[in-house]
Each structure stands twice: as C-alpha cells, then as structure tokens.
Design a protein around this ligand. Structure first.
Ligand code: DX5
Ligand code: ZN
Length: 215
C-alpha cells in the first residue's frame, strides 16, 4: 500500500485550517508542502511562516519540497518551522552531499528531487544517504499539470538502483497523480504518491485519498 501525501498547494488558501483538518482525519500519511522561489521555478507559493502555522495543526509528518535556489541557506529555518523531511532538488545543489549532511545533522530526513529531464543515474553516489527520492512527474512550479508518462520508466529504473544498495529508500512521485495513473506508478515501484488537484478539486477529498491508498 503506498503512502499518500496530499499537496496543500491545491487547497483553498483562505481555508487552510479546513484542508489540514481533512488531511488529519483522512487516511493520508504525510502533508506535502511545496515551497517555490520564483527563480528555480517560474512561480512563488508560500514560505516559512505559513509552514510554521500548518505544522502547529498537522498531526502527520510534514514533507517539505523546496523548489528554491541555494536551499542550504534556509535549511535551518525550515527545521525551525517544523519540517520533518526536507526535499532539495538535484538541479539546485552544487554540493549536494554536504546539503544532505546538513539536513540530517539538523534532525530531518533528507530527500532529493529530480526534474523530468534529469536521469536517475545521477543519484547513484548519493542514494544511500537518502530517506527518499522524489521523481517529478511534471515540470515543477504549478499544480494541475498533466502527468509525463515516461516517469514510469524512471521509477522502474530507480527501483532497480535502490535494490542494489540493499537499503530501504523510498520513491515518491509528484505531479499529475490521479486515480487513473496511481496503480501503474505503484506497480513500477513508487512508495509515496503526492496528489494536489486530484484530491483538493474532488467533491470528496478523503474518498480520493482512500482510493489512492488502495491503488
Ligand atoms: C509541483 C508541486 C506539486 C504539486 C502537485 O511543482 O511540486 O507537489 O502541488 O500538484 P498536482 O497533483 O495538482 O499536479
Ligand atoms: Zn511537490
């Protein structure tokens, strides 16, 4: 059974407390929180003060996805805000290994995200230091985009690479995840499904979370 991490990016920001309550009471496993800086990605979402508030009411681990340049500069601030897991993009880190050490030394679980054009092979020498890998299944920056089908091959390939390490490293997929493609991603080896629009635009978000969980 996959872990489900609803992305609050697709929720109604005027009623964030309701969205948090729904996630708390649902079968979801984590909160997925997307941070965008308008530089690495062509959009700005929300930042540290909003995460601090979400963390106060979230009763599940918070998986914070940093789509920002120079994430190492703000890593301690995201720890202070309450991030349990911190995801940095391979494309933004010139010293990825030391960034991962920094995240771990602050007591968070480290993860690395790769954009659609980035081959998973580039993770070979960092893989065993990670709690999870996030495979972007759309280009980062916006919710509500269409899933890129080639991502399924990347999940399969990464699953084989992880098997060789003999360690339990989780694979997360993010972007355009729906009830239609969830099962094939799980079959390919995905452990965590992030879902924004498919959950928050549904009439019954908790039911979609339940169905994703059983995909
Ligand atoms: C995109 C974000 C995603 C986004 C997913 O840059 O990383 O987490 O919120 O939204 P959907 O599920 O709508 O594609
Ligand atoms: Zn995300």
């Amino acid at each position: 059974m996959p872990l489900i991490a609803p992305s609050l990016l697709a929720s109604d920001f005027l009623h964030l407390a309701d969205a948090c309550k729904m996630v708390n009471e649902s079968e979801a496993d984590w909160f997925h929180l997307d941070v965008m800086d308008g530089r690495f990605v062509p959009n700005i979402s929300y930042g540290i003060p909003v995460i601090e508030h979400i963390r106060k009411v979230a009763r599940k681990p918070c998986d914070v996805h940093l789509m920002i340049e120079e994430p190492e500069k703000l890593t301690p601030a995201f720890k202070m805000a309450g991030a349990d897991m911190l995801i940095v993009h391979l494309e933004t880190c010139r010293n990825l290994h030391s960034n991962i050490q920094q995240i771990r030394s602050l007591g968070m679980k480290p993860a690395v995200a790769v954009n659609p054009h980035t081959p998973v092979e580039l993770l070979k020498d960092i893989l065993f230091d990670l709690h999870h890998v996030l495979i972007m299944t759309v280009n980062p920056g916006f919710g509500g985009q269409s899933f890129i089908p080639h991502s399924i091959e990347k999940v399969r390939e990464l699953r084989k690479m992880i098997a060789k390490t003999g360690k339990e490293i989780l694979i997360e997929v993010d972007g355009g995840i729906t009830l239609e493609n969830a099962a094939s991603l799980v079959e390919a080896g995905a452990d965590i499904l992030v879902a924004g629009s498919s959950v928050f635009q549904a009439k019954d978000p908790a039911r979609v979370i339940h169905l994703l969980k059983n995909s």
